[in-house]
Write a protein that binds this ligand. Structure first.
Ligand code: GNR
Ligand code: NI
Length: 180
């Protein structure tokens, strides 16, 4: 298994719309295994293939405390949704940012599992929130897209500062050329 590297905002590759999986073959199964390993290592409660620069409609999720209930959703579709909930979300592709997002409270999702079997599941709570967050990634959408202009502006300023500090650190870290 392999730990894959996770793209970070504002990487334009996070905006690519993912393509449906045609068949759940060994390549897709390997991707699922690698994504689970990457999610557990990060650590995160979910991961979309888009985040590891693979533009296929594949998600993995584990919301259990013990981190022993891996779930996989291939070609997920929301059949119906009800209610609204607000939850403080974070994203592995937008480190250190946590903001409230309003999502549907309950959803019915149709998807394929890692064996290519179709299933329909009625989900609620954190699992429903996480599936919606991950499905947004497959559309090239990020949770920060829901923020107000003011909050988005603050986020962009914070990222600009982070980039400035990084380039400053790179300068001071540079090993000086010895004077002979
Ligand atoms: O690890 C994650 N935590 C989280 C918390 C609240 C709502 C959504 C998430 S998903 C996130 C991992 C991630 O970025 N998945 O795309
Ligand atoms: Ni995310």
């Amino acid at each position: 298994m392999t730990i894959l590297s996770i793209l970070e905002y504002p990487d334009p590759r996070l905006r690519i719309r993912a393509e449906p999986v045609k068949s759940v073959d060994v390549e897709v199964k390997t991707l699922v295994a690698d994504m689970l390993e990457t999610m557990y290592a990060a650590p995160g409660i979910g991961l979309a293939a888009t985040q590891v620069n693979i533009h296929k409609r594949v998600l993995v999720i584990d919301i259990s405390e013990e981190r022993n209930q891996p779930m996989c959703f291939i070609n997920p579709e929301i059949l119906s949704s009800e209610g609204e909930v607000s939850y403080e979300e974070g994203c592995l592709s937008v480190p250190d940012v946590f903001e409230s997002v309003i999502r549907s409270e309950r959803i019915k999702v149709k998807s394929l599992d890692e064996n290519g079997e179709t299933s329909e599941q009625a989900l609620d709570g954190l699992l429903a929130i996480c599936v919606q967050h991950e499905m947004d990634h497959l559309e090239g959408k990020l949770f920060v897209d829901y923020l107000s202009y003011l909050k988005k502006d603050r986020l962009n300023k914070k990222l600009a500062k982070k980039a400035r500090l990084r380039s400053k650190k790179e300068q001071t870290d540079r090993i000086p050329t010895p004077v002979i």
